[in-house]
Design a protein around this ligand. Sequence first.
Ligand SMILES: Nc1ncnc2c1ncn2[C@@H]1O[C@H](COP(=O)(O)OS(=O)(=O)O)[C@@H](OP(=O)(O)O)[C@H]1O
Length: 340
Amino acid sequence: MATLPPPPTGSLPEETQKEKKGEEQNPTPLQEYDDLISTLPLDEGWLPVRLRKYQGSWFPELNLPGVIAIQQHFKARPTDLFVLSFPKAGTTWLKALTFAITTRTQHPLAHHPLHSLNPHQCVVTMDRIFALGQASTIEAMPSPRILSTHMPFSLLRDSIEGSGCRIIYVCRDVKDVLVSWWHFNDKMRPPEMDRVPFAKALEMFCEGICPSGPIWSHVLEYWEESLRRPEKVLFLKYEEMMEEPMSHAKRLAEFMGCPFSLEEEREGVVEEILKLCSFEKLRNLEVNKTHKRDAVHLAKFDSLFRKGKVGDWRNHMSPEMARKLDEITQQNFKDSGFTV
Ligand SMILES: Nc1ncnc2c1ncn2[C@@H]1O[C@H](COP(=O)(O)OS(=O)(=O)O)[C@@H](OP(=O)(O)O)[C@H]1O
């Protein structure tokens, strides 16, 4: 497998560099798809996030221009690496790990950019950048790029097909995804707005109404693609990563074309990377405790680091609620061979 050279520091998007310097941001969202978007089914059950249904999935209205612009204009490069996920499935962790692993020779881990930047500033979410009309910053990134989106595979396919790019996808227990999203959504709520009751959240989630939902087809599409092209699509599970972080870090490095050498393993580089990317470490960094993501995001970085546990759904769902969601999950996965 060819070695994936580390992305240069200059690959950080312009907005991140401005943010680092404390410059004022003035994003101007794309407006060219407003007419189309205004005709799409709307759901306001997750307010303050307004969702629109587009090509079978629900998207935050603010991101949707980015999704459409990606479909119309973005073409992946052979050297691109995509960090893909359903929202709240472990994106931040996977971004941190992929970025730390691929840049380990460029930045000594003790002074790594992840000490002062949130993982989302190191690996950009394309839909957000495209939605802000800043596609040129992605075009300007030198290869190899690490890019990210929550778009379902069926919507991204035309932009990546035939490119030879690599994909890493992470999935997570559907129940924990819902709980995580419910809390995150609540963090964005202005004080005058009522909290979404958890029972209503569950109902909407079961109907597929949540960002990038429904979750089941999202997971299955990437899983099936990983079976078709295992050399290009690596499919991971959050719970397994939590249980065996070491073997997953090594697997990631191998997949990305920059395996750890025996010397690195002896020197404890893998452990150091895992420590740098760990929930506790990231959560306690100043940037992640106090900074806002960008001028558009409603939540601060700290909302991305809530508990980082497997099975927190037990603290939110009655046995009946869990059974209902499990049944829907089983129903959706039953003919696929995919197991949770
Ligand atoms: N480093 C690390 N290790 C393990 N777990 C982590 C880490 N960073 C974030 N998290 C937990 O991931 C949940 C947030 O999901 P995402 O990162 O996918 O959110 S997002 O889609 O990027 O907005 C959210 O899960 P919950 O705590 O269950 O809400 C985070 O706490």
